[in-house]
Ligand binder design. Structure first.
Ligand SMILES: Cc1cc2nc3c(=O)[nH]c(=O)nc-3n(C[C@H](O)[C@H](O)[C@H](O)COP(=O)(O)O)c2cc1C
Length: 216
């Protein structure tokens, strides 16, 4: 065991910091039109270091982040994503789902996957072999979800845009990237700067009072 404490924050500081943080995070949006402006490897490594601080079941850290800037790999990933998305939009998704997506304005075209400087594929690791022994990971879905959220937040905090993308089924990502059977593609996240003419849908967000219940 090692000592642990939090810095002493005054109530005023907490209120100001929360207001600032809310303001910053309210401006995060999913981006579907990227510029090709480069982002350094050091930046990507730093972002993943932040995500890697996430809590996880039994501290197993059941995730792998695969960072891709190779144009040929990006082309193959776009091809794989568009193939799945054409099937999804062309009949695999029920009408109710298509109706829910209508205000967002998405379709099967995913050109941004070749334009964004980086594609980050987050894999959920369900088990690991260590010295010939198979170790199960605990709560891998919850754990990788938290790490992914921290990654998105870190990107936004350093001024980088992201899209949380799930061109499902995503098995093609494991095949293209040659990952093991114990790893399941969790999210495909393009990272970069928005294109100069990028627009996003004007979507409402629930007020905190609609999602917060006190003592019941
Ligand atoms: C688990 C998850 C999967 C998503 N999958 C896709 C996707 O495949 N394609 C897409 O364009 N957006 C996808 N999104 C983004 C949502 O459409 C977006 O978060 C939502 O419309 C709210 O917009 P905002 O992120 O700009 O606030 C996904 C988001 C989440 C959390």
């Amino acid at each position: 065991m090692i000592p642990y404490s939090m810095p002493d924050r005054t109530a005023v500081w907490v209120g100001d910091r929360l207001a600032a943080l809310h303001g910053e995070m309210r401006s995060r949006r999913s981006c579907r039109s990227f510029s090709d402006r480069p982002v350094s490897r050091d930046t990507i490594e730093g972002l993943i270091a932040v995500a890697n601080t996430a809590p996880s079941g039994a501290n197993r850290q059941p995730w792998q982040f695969v960072a891709i800037d190779d144009p040929e790999l990006k082309r193959r990933i776009r091809e794989g994503a568009e193939e799945e998305e054409r099937k999804s939009y062309g009949g695999r998704m029920p009408q109710e789902w298509l109706d829910a997506l209508e205000p967002i304005g998405t379709d099967a075209g995913k050109a941004f996957l070749e334009v964004a400087p980086w594609l980050i594929v987050i894999f959920r690791v369900d088990w690991a072999m260590i010295d010939g022994v198979k170790y199960k990971n605990y709560y891998p879905i919850e754990s990788v979800g938290i790490a992914s959220g921290m990654f998105l937040m870190a990107c936004h905090q350093v001024g980088l845009a992201t899209l949380t993308h799930t061109p499902s089924p995503m098995r093609f990502l494991r095949d293209i990237l040659g990952r093991g059977e114990n790893e399941k593609p969790f999210l495909l996240i393009p990272v970069g700067y928005p294109a100069d003419d990028c627009t996003v849908p004007d979507l409402p967000k629930k007020d905190a009072s609609q999602v917060l219940q006190w003592n019941r």
